[in-house]
Design a protein around this ligand. Structure first.
Ligand code: MUC
Ligand code: MG
Length: 367
């Protein structure tokens, strides 16, 4: 089957509970649905989330780069020509979520064409993942109540707490409140989105010693090169590279520089093909790889789930899959389900999800 058309559908669905973190905040899922139409009449789908504070992309820039540069470069190629497509898209620097959405829509089209789940095509390690929820900035009692509610209603017992505010004590108090509310069995870890200096981060790590964190992520900027290396060298738990390592080359550079000791994999920025590269790299290096959340909407969440469950290294840790819960609606025919703190891979062909055309019409912003 050949690629006949690449469609972009910008849409907007509000969050009923906005997420705030050190590098930005999000109140609307203003994503771009990407559809690849093949010569067999199959439509492969994926979505690209604009994260200007992380990658410089906007909803308009994602639509423009796909329509003006990417689509003309790949129309006519086979849906199996993923590496050729990757090479052609790589002639344009940046634009990671636009590239990733095209890659994942090609995998979805392949799976749908041959009637096979993409999860199986990727390796099919296991059919479910434990879920971890990201808790944004708020007062200690509010964040603790949110964590308790998610554990009571959905069985979620792993939480990533957003930190990076000043003074450091604000976030230390949140972490202590969440630990106090959940007790010793819950998994807690923190993500600073580069909000602190290396010294502030070191202070926080010391003050959080008895909270029992499993890891920390991007507490200070990787561009503070020597400060970051100093911090990581004294960190007693894994230090995750997220936005400082969005490509396999960045992962190599940051790990070899001593700027991180673990890596976050986000299908929103590396699609399936480069997420495979990053996970194999992590396996070869002998470091942890955790499935992160690009504040994914529903389609993006399914992509993270499918990929995370397909590889042994990513299936080991709880995956950040649940922030779609804070959105007011979705584009899907069937809702996503979290039971006993776990999500199961859908078993249909491709991504295993179906769009609701009426909802797509309601939420698209280009007509
Ligand atoms: C995360 O893990 O950092 C916040 C900004 C971004 O790009 O992703 C989120 C979550
Ligand atoms: Mg992060």
């Amino acid at each position: 089957a050949r690629i006949l058309e690449v469609r972009t559908v910008p849409y907007a669905i509000p969050y009923s509970k906005p997420l705030k973190f050190a590098s930005g905040s999000i109140a609307i899922a203003d994503n771009v649905l990407v559809e690849i139409v093949t010569s067999d009449g199959v439509v492969g789908i994926a979505e690209a989330p604009p994260r200007p504070y992380t990658y410089g992309e906007t909803q308009a820039s994602i639509v423009a780069v796909i329509e003006q540069i990417f689509a003309p470069a790949i129309i006519g190629l086979s849906i199996l020509d993923r590496e050729q497509v990757r090479s052609r898209l790589a002639r344009t620097v940046g634009n990671p979520t636009a590239k990733a959405a095209i890659n994942m829509a090609m995998w979805d089209a392949w799976g749908k064409t041959i009637g096979t789940p993409v999860h199986s095509l990727l390796g099919g390690f296991t059919d479910q993942l434990q879920v971890s929820h990201m808790l944004g900035f708020d007062d200690p009692d509010v964040v603790a109540a949110e964590a308790i509610q998610l554990r009571e209603t959905l069985g979620i017992s792993s939480f990533k707490i957003k930190v990076g505010r000043r003074p450091v004590h604000l976030d230390v108090a949140v972490c202590k409140a969440v630990r106090g509310a959940l007790g010793p069995d819950a998994e807690l870890y923190i993500d600073g989105n580069r909000g602190w200096t290396a010294a502030e981060s070191a202070l926080a790590i010391r003050q959080l010693e008895d909270v029992g964190l499993s890891r920390v992520e991007e507490l200070c900027p990787a561009d503070d090169v020597l400060g970051r290396r100093w911090l990581v060298s004294q960190c007693p738990i894994p230090f995750v590279a997220d936005e400082s390592a969005p490509t396999p080359a960045d992962v190599t550079r940051e790990i070899l520089a001593g700027a991180a000791t673990a890596v976050s994999i986000k299908t929103a920025r590396t699609g399936f093909s480069d997420s495979l590269r990053v996970s194999h790299l992590a396996e070869g290096l002998g470091i942890e790889a955790v499935i992160g959340n690009q504040i994914d909407a529903h389609i993006g969440t399914v992509c993270s789930l499918i990929f995370g469950a397909s590889q042994e290294i990513t299936a080991r840790s709880a995956a950040e899959l649940s922030n779609y819960l804070d959105m007011a609606d979705d584009l899907l025919q069937e809702p996503l389900l979290i039971e006993n703190g776990r999500m199961r891979v859908p078993d249909g062909p491709g991504l295993g999800i179906r769009l609701d055309p009426e909802k797509v019409t309601r939420y698209r912003v280009d007509l």
